[in-house]
Design a binder for this molecule. Structure first.
Ligand SMILES: Nc1ncnc2c1ncn2[C@@H]1O[C@H](COP(=O)(O)OP(=O)(O)OP(=O)(O)O)[C@@H](O)[C@H]1O
Ligand SMILES: [Mg+2]
Length: 152
């Protein structure tokens, strides 16, 4: 995989196989391609050569919406939308309040979110009302809510 024509490959000669339910750690020096591997799994960047099989199907043949709804990413740079806590946790409004509160509790966010005003509280411009660590926890909570089988 390479990010753009003319650039060197970001991923080259990668081969691995995982089994259902396994917890995998991908380790490597900075810039070695760990995040790129996940971009490839989400098909945000297409591969030039080789193939990826997910759920016994070639990734190229899986509907993009299906892929992305079944993967959960906790980004290195925690991304929050300007909006409410609720909108950030559950942008598609598919969960009931008790699920949202439960996940906040599990991510140790109940206290800071209550202090801010609860689920309807404004997170500020791209989450500025939270500390960076708390923003990472919001991203963790969002990922947990999806119950994805493949998560990073
Ligand atoms: N958006 C991009 N455009 C062009 N090249 C990129 C881009 N993102 C990453 N790269 C390049 O791809 C290679 C792999 O980067 P990647 O972000 O996957 O590393 P990483 O293993 O996640 O590193 P880190 O531990 O710092 O998060 C690096 O050489 C990097 O310069
Ligand atoms: Mg990375």
């Amino acid at each position: 995989m390479r990010y753009r024509e003319g650039l060197q490959d970001a991923l080259h000669d990668v081969e691995c196989q995982t089994h259902p339910g396994e917890k995998i750690g991908i380790v490597g020096r900075t810039g070695s391609g760990k995040s790129s591997l996940f971009l490839v799994l989400c098909r945000i960047v297409e591969i030039q050569k080789g193939s990826i099989t997910l759920y016994n199907t070639n990734l190229q043949h899986i509907d993009l919406k299906d892929i992305r709804s079944r993967l959960a990413i906790i980004p290195q740079d925690p991304f929050l939308f300007s909006g409410t806590v609720r909108e950030n946790l559950d942008p598609t409004s598919s969960h009931i309040d008790s699920d949202l509160n439960n996940v906040l509790e599990r991510c140790h966010l109940k206290v800071p979110v209550d202090r801010l005003g609860g689920l309807e509280a404004d997170v500020g411009e791209r989450g500025r009302n939270f500390s960076v660590g708390q923003r990472q926890l919001v991203c963790l909570a969002r990922a947990l809510l999806t119950r994805a089988k493949v998560s990073n």
